[in-house]
Design a protein around this ligand. Sequence first.
Ligand code: TPP
Ligand code: MG
Length: 280
Amino acid sequence: MPVEAIKLSLEELKEKAKVIRRHIINMTTAAGSGHPSSSLSAVEVVTSLYFAGHLRLDPKNPDAADRDRFILSKGHAVPVLYAAMAERGYFSTDELLTLRKLGSPLEGHPNMKRLPGIEASTGSLGQGLSLGIGQALGLRMDSLDSQVYVMIGDGEMGEGQVWEAFATADKYKLGNLTAIIDQNGYQQTGATKDVLDYGDFAEKVATFGWHTQTINGNNMEEVLKALEVASQQKDKPSLIVSRTQKGFGILPVMEEAGDMNFHGKPLSKELAEKALALLT
Ligand SMILES: Cc1ncc(C[n+]2csc(CCOP(=O)(O)OP(=O)(O)O)c2C)c(N)n1
Ligand SMILES: [Mg+2]
């Protein structure tokens, strides 16, 4: 089987995003741990990558040389990735409920040695873009036209290695590389602007020679358009600053809980029920 992309309609994509959000709530509440809010902000982008004609993959042959690659550098948000992979057919959706259970390949952070389809083991923040650059260079050497996508957190942008990677991708003019910053406004200990404020990411990264766009990353139409524009950049790497909200889709529940960051904790069974009611 050749690798191929799946292209759903806008309505179908919005429905898929809801299904993925439901999986995120269900699996983290069942696990009793994990990062639902970090996963929820990224749903529109991850759904679009897997289901809007971008990632050319073959779940039955996950190592196909000519596949496209997605690296979730903010590895703690892996529930969104597992949910998309299950929906795409890498494994059954029932298996999602084994998240973080002993023996399950669905570890709390993505482990490429345990789960086919994971392109990089991440979780130690700051490394994914460098890994993506290595892959993009390798694909170019092999004359393959595969694309590499890397998602970085806005808190993760405080890691110095990320900025070295931006410079390096420019040096090699990696037109097959797209980075997406999930700018959800929070990191582990508080608002990103209070912890370390980099200002306008797009403006700064543009000075490294990248093509840049800034969008509302929880708006499916804007995400689709931005990914399309990014894929047209053949001579330079492309950045999408995806402005999102942590926990998007269940914001009223987080408000009720009095925590708009809700970092690294699952919803209680009671809150999960309220969240699922918002996602029907
Ligand atoms: C090198 C490193 N330092 C610290 C951590 C602990 N940590 C896990 S998640 C997180 C916050 C990340 O914030 P952000 O990148 O904005 O992701 P979000 O959860 O907001 O999507 C931190 C500091 C880590 N995983 N790796
Ligand atoms: Mg963040």
